[in-house]
Ligand binder design. Structure first.
Ligand SMILES: [Mg+2]
Ligand SMILES: [Zn+2]
Length: 211
């Protein structure tokens, strides 16, 4: 059966989570508490981001400089080749930012379909959430809603992720590759997940289990 891939961006495709890197580098004291509230799903991505941006001491050039230091998984390009060769649809679903994804994909000469929040810079940073689902209320980009909308009926959904915002869409997928917090959550909640370190592990697994 055909496969469709839904892939988280930060910390999954990139080695380091760019949102975390941005906050650690640019936010003045106070962001930790806001981040903890978001981790506990007590505040939405939108609220978390705008409250955190209010603490930022940075402009767009500072951000670009930081993004120049961000690397992607060494086997991600090979994974994309695999998807293209087999004709498997693949989408990035991110609760991070369009500007950052564009910047990094361009740096690695990749062109991929993605869904993410918009990063606006105008006298400071702010977030816009075009893929927000009012019924969910928490996510900036509601991956669960997008997955349901994008999954073709004749494909098995494969989810690849590492964090809090990946848990809901993972529960709706046929196969989950997880690392980091997502792997911990899956284990806690008894959700079947294949642990991975990098995309080489995923490629090996996929090729071995090809129907
Ligand atoms: Mg992530
Ligand atoms: Zn949601």
């Amino acid at each position: 059966m055909k496969r469709v891939f839904f892939i988280d961006f930060d910390g999954t495709i990139t080695k380091k989570d760019t949102c975390e890197a941005m906050v650690e580098t640019f936010a003045a004291a106070g962001w930790e508490e806001i981040n903890l509230q978001w981790e506990r799903r007590e505040i939405s991505t939108e609220e978390c981001a705008n409250r955190t941006f209010a603490l930022f001491r940075a402009n767009l050039e500072d951000l670009n400089e930081l993004l120049d230091t961000i690397e992607i998984d060494a086997y991600f390009k090979e994974f994309i080749e695999y998807c293209l060769t087999r004709g498997y649809p693949h989408y990035i679903l991110s609760d991070g930012y369009d500007y950052i994804i564009d910047y990094i994909l361009k740096k690695y000469d990749l062109q991929l379909d993605y869904y993410a929040n918009r990063l606006v810079y105008k006298d400071g940073f702010s977030i816009v959430c075009p893929h927000h689902n009012p019924a969910c209320g928490t996510c900036g980009t509601c991956k669960t809603t997008l997955l349901a909308k994008l999954k073709p009926t004749d494909c098995r959904a494969v989810y690849i992720g590492d964090g809090t915002s990946d848990l809901c869409p993972a529960t709706m997928s046929d196969l989950v590759f997880a690392k980091g917090r997502l792997l911990e959550y899956c284990r806690e909640k008894g959700i079947q997940a294949q642990p991975f370190t990098d995309f080489r592990d995923i490629l090996i697994w996929l090729k071995q289990t090809e129907a």
